[in-house]
Structure formats: structure tokens, C-alpha cells
Design a binder for this molecule. Sequence first.
Ligand code: HEC
Ligand code: HEC
Length: 366
Amino acid sequence: MPTLGAALLFAGCGGCGSNPEHPPNLTFPARADRLALKLPDKPAPGPNTAGKRDEEIAALDALGGLTVAPPAVEGLDAFLKSAFGTPAAPEELAPALKLTKAHLAEGSKLYKRHCLDCHNLTGDGRGLKSGQFIVPFPRDYRQGAFKFVTSGEGLKPRRADLIRTLHDGLKGTAMPAFALLQEGERDLLAGYVVYLSVRGQVEFESMRAQIEGRPNDPAARKAAIVAEWEKAEAAPPLPAEPNDGEPGTPAFEAAVRRGHALFTAKADNSCVSCHGDYGRKPVYRYDVWGTVAKPANFVEPQFRGGTRPEDVFARIRFGIPAVGMPAHGPPKYTDRDAWDLVRFVTAAPYPAKLPPDVRAAVYPNP
Ligand code: HEC
Ligand code: HEC
């Protein structure tokens, strides 16, 4: 009888989590959701609604945007299958980026266990479990756009940026911190995110070219996108942080004052034009996915991409192009200007860290 018992045990446990592999015959489905090709130029009325991502994207047309159902592109399915393989057997993408068959196959298993519920099989962010019920929506990797990069304005993230996002999570969103995984596991997961992103971006750009009547060569497109990821990896490090001393010292207070003046300056595209009343009155915006982004609130001590000075410096210096937040760099802004803005926005949630004049401006009714 023990043999039969063991057999029943195995039968009962098929696919219940002990075996994290994808079935070998599972393929990536073709994109079925609409492409957001033009965003309305008005501010968005408010945040997205959980479970309504595709309805809300389709509704952009009535607001002056343009969304299009995915067109059939001749040869695209066959190209994606041969160039990228399947979830259980991904094809090699770029050995220099550690995107080999072996790395990706391991990354795929980890992704299935830890990420699938939210980010879904193709990385479209429409996971069938938690993914449906979360705002902000889980990231759709298929446009190749990421928010939290240290590489440069408009560049892909470095591998280290994705690994940091995984280690720390994104505060104030449902994206969890995967700090308990091994560093090597986070590295494999980051690699698999790159793979899904390249695959999704080739599909997206090919469909867009077809809609716009432009010629399309998916193999050339794939090579160009991989080259963008390589470029991000080779980007120079961030400039070293200046030493402005501790809160309360003259050097620190001078930096906060300069940052506050830049923050509130009356200029086109100034910080306050989106982060109204220091973020208490945010102007909601459409992002490149056709969903809604909410400018951060600086009287709350929480940034999604981290509160270390270098994290905040990278956001300000390079902007967050996916949500339309402009970069603040040369020739108009020096690195020193960006550090001054960092000093102000990281001190702003803590009245005691602000010099009295700035405190009175940020907290007029204490
Ligand atoms: C409970 C849901 C959930 C799970 C599970 C989850 N994520 Fe996320 N993830 C999110 C949400 C929500 C966002 C978007 C936050 C935002 O828009 O700022 C996100 C964003 C991201 C981003 C984008 C970062 C950027 O710079 O734009 C990456 C990369 C990412 N997740 C990777 C992963 C990986 C890899 C896993 C599995 C190890 C995972 N996530 C598991 C919800 C989840
Ligand atoms: C065109 C609108 C716009 C302008 C101008 C703008 N921002 Fe933003 N900012 C945003 C949006 C939208 C977000 C939210 C990003 C997201 O969805 O995670 C944001 C987020 C941020 C964050 C938080 C990032 C994080 O990790 O959560 C910081 C810091 C920031 N902005 C600083 C600034 C500063 C400083 C200025 C002026 C120099 C500025 N912003 C100008 C729209 C803008």
C-alpha cells in the first residue's frame, strides 16, 4: 500500500506549487489589449479604478486620445516564437547582459512563483489574481518604459536599478520588497523582466508601425532594443553627493532654501505646476501606458523609488519620462541645482528640518 499512497500523493500535488515550471506546450499569447498611441492633453480627472484598466484606456478616445485594437501583423507571431521561445524554454537574447537560455529558464520559474499573479505571463501587468485589483496597476513591461532609473534621461534601467526595485519594493504601491530572496535570485528575476520587456516592446512597436503605415523589420527592432539595454548598462555612475552637513547647519539650510526657491519658481513646467501646494494638490496626468499618474506629495515621507539622496537625485536629474515629469539637467539646471532640490524635497516632510522661513511657506497653518 505505501506505493499506492505515494502515487496518490504525487497525483494530488500536480501543479500545486512544488513544481514551479511552466508546462512545455504553453506559449505567450498575442497582445489583445488596445495600444494607447496618443494621450489626451488635459489633466486626468483622478486616479484609475481597480479592475477597470482596459475600459479606462478605451475611454481615452472620447477625451482626445487615440487608442487602437492590436492589428494582425504578418509574420509577427512566427518571429516572436522563434526569437523569444516559450515561457518554459526562453531563447537566448544577449549573453553580454546575462540573458542566456539557462539564466532565462531559471528566471522564468522564479517569475512564475513570485510575480505572475500581478505582472502576468507576458508582463502586461494584468495578472489574473492580485493584478486585477490594484491601483496603481502593476507595471506593464511591454512598452519598454520604466520609472526608476539611474542610467540617464530616457534610458532603460540598469540591471542594478531593477535589482534595487526588487530588493526594496516600491513604497506606497502594491509592489512588494523581495528582500528575503537571494541576491542571485533577484538578478535572475531582473534578467527575466528585461526579456519580457524586449519581447513586449518588439510586439508593441511592430503593431504601432503597422497602424502608422511604416515599414517593420522585427529582427532589426529587436537588435535596436537590446542595444538600448546595453547602453544603459554602460552609462556613467551618478555624480558624487556633495557634503551639505546636518539639518540645522548653515550649509544645509542654505541648500534647502535654494531648493525651495527652485521648486516654487514661476517657470514653464515648474515643479509646482504638477506637484501643486507641495503635492497636497496633485495634477493627475496620463502616462505612456494610457493610465493615470499622481505627482508625489512632499509633505509625506514616501517616495516610490527610494528616499536616499542619490535615488531622489536620479529622479530629478533624469525626470520620469513615462509620466511626463521633465528632466532637470544642463544647460538650464546644474547638478548643484538638482542636489538643492533633493535637499528641499527630502526635508519637506519633516518641519523640524526646514529653516523657519521655508517651514512657514510649506506649513502655513501648523
Ligand atoms: C502584489 C502585486 C505585485 C507583485 C507580486 C509584484 N509586483 Fe512588481 N509592481 C507592482 C506594481 C503595482 C508596480 C507599479 C508601481 C508604480 O507604478 O509605481 C510594480 C512595478 C514593477 C516594476 C517597475 C519598476 C520601474 O522602474 O518602473 C518592476 C521591474 C517590477 N514591478 C518587477 C516585479 C518582479 C520581478 C516581481 C516578482 C519578483 C514583482 N514585480 C512582483 C506590483 C507587483
Ligand atoms: C509635468 C509634471 C511634473 C513636473 C513638472 C514635475 N513632476 Fe515630479 N512627478 C510627477 C509625477 C506624475 C510623479 C509620480 C511618478 C509615479 O507615478 O511614480 C512625480 C514624482 C516625483 C518624485 C517622486 C519619485 C518617487 O520615487 O516616488 C519626486 C522626488 C519628484 N517628482 C520631484 C520633482 C521635482 C523636484 C520637480 C521640479 C524640479 C518635479 N518633480 C516636477 C510629475 C511632475
